[in-house]
Write a new protein. Structure first.
Length: 168
């Protein structure tokens, strides 16, 4: 009798075909990982902004500036409005480490009174989503449909932070 060792060519081809079919059916599941990462990072930024806003508000209370709506007050160099960081770079933008390196952002002035206190909106997306020349363009940031919006609350409460992630 002959001692068979190894696989026949047919067996090897069948295994390769089966592995190919499995790879094709499983690939779409794994290709969506980057969009999940973008969404997770936006939620991480939202959580950070929420917590840092509360910390700044607490410090504003200690200073006695929690009700100031002049827009001229600062807490540790961060511009505030009604005790919370303003929706501008020298407000909420300064609270984020390496914000300039990883994010595209700007104040959204599309609203009729968006320059007034309590109505300002700050938007941010991933720098990877835009050309570097477009990093300050609010319309292009919003066109990514993968951004965060930080809006001052005109009733005096916490800022309203919204995530738009349909394009992530």
């Amino acid at each position: 009798m002959r001692n068979k060792a190894g696989f026949t060519l047919i067996e090897v081809v069948i295994v390769i075909v089966i592995l190919g079919i499995l790879a094709v059916t499983a690939a779409p599941k794994f290709l969506n990982i980057s969009s999940d990462t973008y969404r997770a990072k936006l939620h991480e930024l939202k959580g950070y902004m929420t917590e840092i806003s509360r910390i700044i508000y607490g410090k504003a209370v200690i200073q006695g500036d929690e009700n100031d709506i002049t827009g001229r007050k600062k807490v540790e160099g961060i511009a505030i409005w009604n005790g919370y960081p303003k929706a501008i770079y020298v407000g909420i933008g300064l609270t984020i480490v390496d914000f300039n390196k990883n994010w595209a952002f700007n104040q959204d002035k599309t609203g009729s009174n968006s320059h007034n206190g309590g109505e300002r909106v700050f938007v941010a997306t991933f720098l990877k989503k835009l050309d570097r020349k477009d990093k300050d363009d609010v319309n292009k940031i919003k066109a990514t449909n993968c951004y965060l919006s930080y809006k001052e609350n005109n009733t005096g409460g916490e800022p309203i932070i919204t995530i738009i992630d349909s394009g992530c």
